[in-house]
Design a protein around this ligand. Structure first.
Ligand code: SF4
Length: 347
């Protein structure tokens, strides 16, 4: 619950609104795990809370670390579903990649999450719970929070927005909005609501192709929200005062790494005044694509820079622990008997 929702719940219980801030303090500052530990609250209120609410909806089911420091955490939810969060250390940054749905509706051809279909949206508690569970496991705060794990955040925007509000609230986790990034595959319908958000979070768009023909094949969401409407919605988002956009581009050898692709990507990036993150494709079991070599990546980046686009090569970390989106949870689903869908199938 957001602070306002909690105040409303307390009013129903006949309690004073200031108790909401005390409860947030126990949850998000002191990180208490049981209502009985909320010792600044009267005992009858603690008992009422325990009878009506529950704390902690995630249980750590598996954890795998790579020599490069990337760690993938698999969480079991109260209903037995599984999600994953990935911790990515880089210099002084400790970034977490958060999931927003169990599975995903959009079946991108290069992604493990979409291959097992969509199960359900995550509740705000299950989204914030990933942050709490990881910070408890690490014994320290994270520095950057990226909604780029399982699921499409804008397809579950109401719950993601609540989670962001709890994360950002000074009484909550007090995470600066500029440390939070929402990444979308191009769910244009939610861009207006995103623009209306009064928080300066970052937006990144997973582009991965610069023609509708190729994007339809790689990202079936493109059949619903094709490139031109997506770019126009992104332009409107920037015009309405959103922060600058980052374009994510997974480079797939022989598929989207030609000079024409660089031309198209540069044109879109210049239109949006966006910087580009290039990520080398990391192989997903069953997908037919190939990983580009380091010289291929360097050449593609050089083409972009020659076209006056700021491009960075992001390391594809943790490939040895199935760090590509959704692979660990996907393996669990396979074990549990949910066969993967063919890559790139229309949702
Ligand atoms: S890349 Fe994102 S939108 Fe595409 S299938 Fe994976 S989780 Fe879904």
């Amino acid at each position: 619950m957001t602070l306002d929702e909690l105040r409303a719940e307390l009013a129903v219980l006949g309690e004073k609104p200031f108790r909401a801030v005390q409860i947030f303090d126990w949850l998000y500052k002191k990180r208490a795990a049981r209502f009985e530990d909320f010792t600044s609250l009267p005992k009858p209120l603690r008992e009422k809370l325990a009878a009506r609410f529950s704390l902690g909806s995630l249980r750590l089911a598996d954890q795998r670390s790579s020599p490069d420091g990337t760690t993938r955490y698999l969480f079991r939810l109260a209903d037995g579903q599984h999600i994953e969060s990935v911790l990515i250390p880089a210099g002084r940054r400790l970034t977490v990649c958060l999931s927003t749905q169990v599975g995903c509706k959009f079946a991108c051809a290069f992604c493990a999450s979409g291959r097992h279909g969509f199960k359900r949206n995550l509740a705000p508690a299950e989204i914030v719970g990933q942050v709490l569970a990881l910070e408890a496991a690490l014994g320290q705060d994270l520095t950057n929070y990226v909604f780029m794990g399982m699921g499409e955040p804008l397809d579950n925007w109401a719950n993601v927005e609540k989670a962001i509000r709890i994360m950002n609230a000074p009484e909550g986790l007090a995470i600066a909005a500029r440390r939070i990034t929402v990444s979308t595959a191009g769910f244009v319908d939610a861009f207006d609501r995103l623009s209306a958000l009064d928080l300066q979070i970052n937006l990144s768009i997973s582009l991965h192709a610069v023609t509708d023909r190729l994007r339809d094949r790689l990202m079936p969401i493109n059949r619903r929200f094709p490139l031109e409407p997506l770019i126009e919605a992104a332009e409107a988002y920037v015009r309405r005062g959103g922060r600058l956009i980052t374009l994510e581009y997974i480079v797939i050898r022989g598929v989207n790494d030609s000079l024409d692709d660089a031309d198209g990507l540069a044109a879109i990036a210049r239109r949006l005044r966006a910087k580009v993150n290039l990520i080398a494709y990391s192989r997903v079991e069953g997908a037919e694509f190939r990983t580009p070599s380091e010289p291929d990546m360097a050449r593609f980046r050089r083409w972009l820079e020659e076209r006056r686009v700021n491009a960075l090569i992001r390391l594809s970390k943790g490939a040895d622990i199935a760090a590509a989106c959704g692979q660990l949870a996907g393996r669990f689903l396979e074990k549990a008997g949910t066969p993967p869908r063919p890559a790139g199938r229309k949702p």
